[in-house]
Design a protein around this ligand. Sequence first.
Ligand code: MGD
Ligand code: MGD
Ligand code: MO
Length: 776
Amino acid sequence: MSNKKVVRVYDRPAGGWGALKSVAQQIIEQGIPKKGALTLLSANQPDGFDCPGCAWPDADHTSTFEFCENGAKAVAAESTARRAGPELISSLTVQELSARSDHWLEAQGRLTHPMRYDRTTDRYEAIDWDQAFELIAKHLNALPSPDDGIFYTSGRTSNEAAFLYQLFVREFGTNNFPDCSNMCHEPSGFAMREAIGVGKGTVLLSDFQLADAILIFGQNPGTNHPRMLGELRAASKRGAAIVSFNPLRERGLEKFQNPQNALDMLADQSTNISSDYFQLKIGGDLASVKGMIKCVLEADAQAHAEGKPRIIDVEFIAQHTANFEQFATDVMAEQWDVIVRESGLERAQIQRAADIYMQAGKVIACWGMGITQHKHSVATIQMIVNLLLLRGNIGRPGAGPCPVRGHSNVQGDRTMGIVEKPKPAFLDRLGQVFDFTPPREHGHDTVGAIEAMLNESGKVFFGMGGNFATATPDTELTHRALRNCALTVHVTTKLNRSHLICGQEALILPCLGRTEIDMQETGPQAVTVEDSMSMVHLSSGINPPAAPDLLSEPMIVARLAQATLKDRSKTPWAWLVADYSRIRDKIAAVFDDFADFNTRVSVPGGFHLRNTAAERVWVTGSGKANFNAHAVPVDLPIHQARKNQQSPVFNLATMRSHDQYNTTIYGMNDRYRGVFGERRVLFINKEDIQELGMQAGDWVDLESLCDDKTRRQAKRFMLVEYNIPRACLAAYFPETNGLVPLSSFADHARTPTSKSIPVIITAHDGNSLRAAVANE
Ligand SMILES: Nc1nc2c(c(=O)[nH]1)N[C@H]1C(S)=C(S)[C@@H](COP(=O)(O)OP(=O)(O)OC[C@H]3O[C@@H](n4cnc5c(=O)[nH]c(N)nc54)[C@H](O)[C@@H]3O)O[C@H]1N2
Ligand SMILES: Nc1nc2c(c(=O)[nH]1)N[C@H]1C(S)=C(S)[C@@H](COP(=O)(O)OP(=O)(O)OC[C@H]3O[C@@H](n4cnc5c(=O)[nH]c(N)nc54)[C@H](O)[C@@H]3O)O[C@H]1N2
Ligand SMILES: [Mo]
């Protein structure tokens, strides 16, 4: 076994010179010529492309270069000089390709030709586009019902492509739209729609300049939204409180050196980010926030009794909210011992967090995957919203909820109608504009799609981007589901594992990336995207296409629609893709919020979509913002697993390393957590290691606990001592996805519970070798 030094303490700030060095390495590894490196400078510029890295908004679209290490890595990965042409792909059988790592598959570079899987030789062979579309059309038209087709979307797809895609699929006859959102911020959308009538955050970047306190729950911006550190740094410098709730100590939430700031860099200065850091236990957020609310209500009751100014915003609550009395009664009935036990924080810490909240005039609450990927995620998010409502922290400057989205256009795809449960009014309008009768029945989400493929009611899988086989839970089961299909198709830029988990027939369709010039009949085209704060803006590629045969995503949809629907469709597909502004006119015809779309989006920076909650207009059943009472959960899968087990049961959160973009692995390091050259690591508390009778560097196996008689194991992980609460573990996704049971998902939102998996740890079989660990 390896005896490399894989663990060392990282005591530098996040960002800084380390970030620059890491980008330079990526540029060299991707074989990008010097000139190509200039591409990086065009990310998030008024005339450039939208960075495919994350959904964090752009400062003001005028700064010359908004540097972001992980954005640069995402751009470099797309602009790579490497090509995975037919010679390479056909030279290996799918079985041989399957033996390669995810990192190797990605590193082969950009795909150049459509490829068709030949089962007799177990190889992919080049095919021409017409034949590819005919093959898909043949399969789709042979389905007993359109509902046997499954149409997945990953969140990089532009508004234009997503709009055409949902139109084609609905004209074909189904609402089967599983998408990456189902594994991501679905609970945020659900929880907020019920509470405040919109499923999106209400804040803008400018609100970060005004907030007195910023609460950050379950998010690791140093790695996943590095540009957010710019806002946090500025807020910290002007004295705003930044409060992190996270079981793990994350470097990016502690200290930041801004690579954009010459003084920071030359003087080697950094800024402290979090003023307070609460290391609650995994899944302990609802209890913590409810405890904070209890403190606020207690303080308010006291102030009221003493005739002092009230702590809660009585006027706001009376005028704008519903259900306050019932909610307050429920909070006051919750016992402190339960709150303390389930949060993993001491009562004094909860009081301290509440004091910060009460002292701040304006508060923003941000959250990420540490909140959404639990059984009780919807309840937790509603509790965060309750906290904000108490003091009127929604719908005024410097305050509000801010779910921080992942993929760069995941929010836009939803806005464009990539939803498995569409609203009737939207379907009515879509039907009118395109003169057809859209299907009404709800379709499959991601978990539902896997179930459908497993029981063979899903027969054609079409993936618009993404890596379905690897991103989803219960890996073995999901792979079986995909293999059950008659046809699997992936629109993609690069090779990934999903392409190797083939149905009876399989196709890979290579497309243009966002950094590339998209030339259509009337000239080069721009697309639009919507960021995490509902800003819609243009994105135009600047690089020549990676290969002459690539098609854009809108073109792929249009040609697929023509091949499949033929005369059944009255939509002028070819005319629409000849000029994307025609697609935007149709978008404007379907969605009122996009009126005058082409004009409004042509200004640098684009425009902001209306957000009713931000205007204190509550589009809910009650016509008010709703307080929602939720008990602190004491019967989650982790509690149940502990009841039935002798050995210690740990709660495992699966998350991203610094060198990955979801299932795309750029490198083997996780710099800020001090891990180098190894991804199979398990972050664990020192005392837990001792109690297991093990040592840091030991290799262990994991087994998850679920009541369904299926054994789920993930083998060979190295114990890494980390600052994390007892009985909590963390490891990387996707290596651990096989541990997440398909049946374990968030109440109401059905998001797989990737952040709370009950597991037991055993020594790695037959191998007691210890990796050499240096704590430098
Ligand atoms: N470079 C890079 N950027 C990305 C991505 C990427 O993979 N790489 N992915 C993109 C996507 S799709 C998304 S959704 C976002 C994801 O961005 P994040 O939301 O930051 O995602 P994760 O890394 O999965 O986990 C976030 C944090 O949750 C904490 N956590 C785990 N369990 C709990 C819990 O129970 N409570 C609390 N409070 N915290 C917990 C972990 O310690 C970790 O710090 O990033 C986007 N941006
Ligand atoms: N255990 C565990 N599982 C998780 C998570 C977790 O935290 N833990 N996080 C979940 C989350 S938040 C998400 S969002 C999902 C992500 O799930 P997906 O969105 O399905 O996965 P990605 O890894 O982002 O997809 C990467 C692939 O997209 C393709 N691609 C890249 N750019 C383009 C493009 O411009 N066009 C097209 N057509 N294809 C492109 C490439 O082939 C690349 O291999 O994973 C989820 N799974
Ligand atoms: Mo995501």
